[in-house]
Design a binder for this molecule. Structure first.
Ligand code: F6R
Length: 239
C-alpha cells in the first residue's frame, strides 16, 4: 500500500483524476470501478474536463441504495448521470450499478458478481472511505471475503449522507446493495481518496491500525497494488 499525501483537497482530487485518466488512455477498454459521495464529485468534474474517452470503457459502481428508483435524484445512478455519464461518451449499456430495486436482492447481488466476472474483472477500483470505516457500503463487521449483497446502513453512515436528503438522516435509505470487501479486493488496482478532517481518525485506523472487520477499509492493507491519496486534513492522524 502506498500513501500519497497531498497538501490540499484540490491537489488530492486532481491527482486521483489524473491517475484514472492515465489508466483510461493506456487501456481504452478499461474495466473501471466507480464510487459516489461528495469526495468524488470533483474527481468526475476533472475527468469530464480532461476530455478522456469512455467510449470503450466498462464501469461498475460500488453500490446503490435499496428502494430508490433510478429516477430518484438521490439514487446513485442519478448521481453518476449528473456528475459523469451525461457528460462523457460512455455507452450506457456498459455503465453498471447494482439493482437496488430488484425484487430478489440476493439474486441481484449474484448477477452483479457474474457481470463483473464476464467483463474480465475490475482493472481499477476507485474508493472513498466512510466515517464508519466502510468501503462501498461494507459497514463494520462485514466479512473480509464478502461479495455483492444487501447491507443495513449504520446510523453513522446515514448521518454522514443526510446532507443529500435535506439534512434528515431518517430520510436516508436503511439499506444498500454493495460490492463486498472480497469483490473490491479482487480488483487489480485500488485507489482510495480521502479528504477532510472528518476522515482523519478513520484513515489512520484503516491504514495504520490492525487488519480488522471493525474497519472494513483496513482490508486494503492486504492488496498488493493500492494507493491511498490523502489531503493534509485527512492525513492529520497518520504517524
Ligand atoms: C459511495 C461509497 C462510499 C463513499 C464514502 C465516502 O459509492 O461507496 O463508500 O465513498 O461513504 O463518502 P463521501 O465522499 O461523501 O464522504
Amino acid at each position: 500500500m502506498e500513501i500519497v499525501p497531498c497538501p490540499d483537497r484540490q491537489r488530492a482530487v486532481a491527482l486521483t483524476a489524473r491517475l484514472i485518466e492515465a489508466r483510461l488512455r493506456a487501456k481504452p477498454n478499461l474495466v473501471l470501478g466507480l464510487a459516489t459521495g461528495r469526495t468524488m464529485e470533483e474527481v468526475y468534474a476533472h475527468l469530464v474536463a480532461s476530455g478522456v474517452s469512455f467510449a470503450h470503457c466498462t464501469t461498475f459502481n460500488l453500490d446503490e441504495y435499496v428502494g430508490l428508483p433510478p429516477d430518484d435524484p438521490n439514487s446513485y445512478i442519478s448521481y453518476m448521470r449528473h456528475h459523469l455519464f451525461d457528460h462523457v461518451d460512455i455507452d450506457p449499456a456498459r455503465a453498471n450499478l447494482p439493482d437496488g430495486m430488484a425484487p430478489d436482492l440476493t439474486a441481484a447481488g449474484a448477477a452483479y458478481e457474474a457481470r463483473i466476472a464476464e467483463a474480465g474483472g475490475i482493472d481499477l477500483q476507485l474508493l472513498g472511505i466512510g466515517e464508519s470505516g466502510h468501503i462501498g457500503f461494507n459497514e463494520p463487521l462485514s466479512a473480509l471475503r464478502s461479495r455483492t449483497r444487501d447491507k443495513i446502513l449504520t446510523p453513522t453512515t446515514r448521518g454522514q449522507n443526510a446532507g443529500m436528503f435535506g439534512g434528515d438522516s431518517s430520510a436516508v435509505p436503511k439499506r444498500a446493495l454493495t460490492m463486498g470487501v472480497g469483490t473490491i479486493l479482487d480488483s487489480r488496482e485500488l485507489v482510495l481518496l480521502a479528504s477532510g478532517a472528518s476522515k482523519a481518525k478513520v484513515v489512520a485506523r484503516a491504514v495504520e491500525g490492525p487488519l480488522t472487520a471493525r474497519i472494513s477499509a483496513s482490508a486494503i492493507q492486504m492488496h498488493t497494488c493500492c494507493k491511498v491519496v490523502v489531503d493534509a486534513d485527512a492525513a492529520a492522524e497518520l504517524e
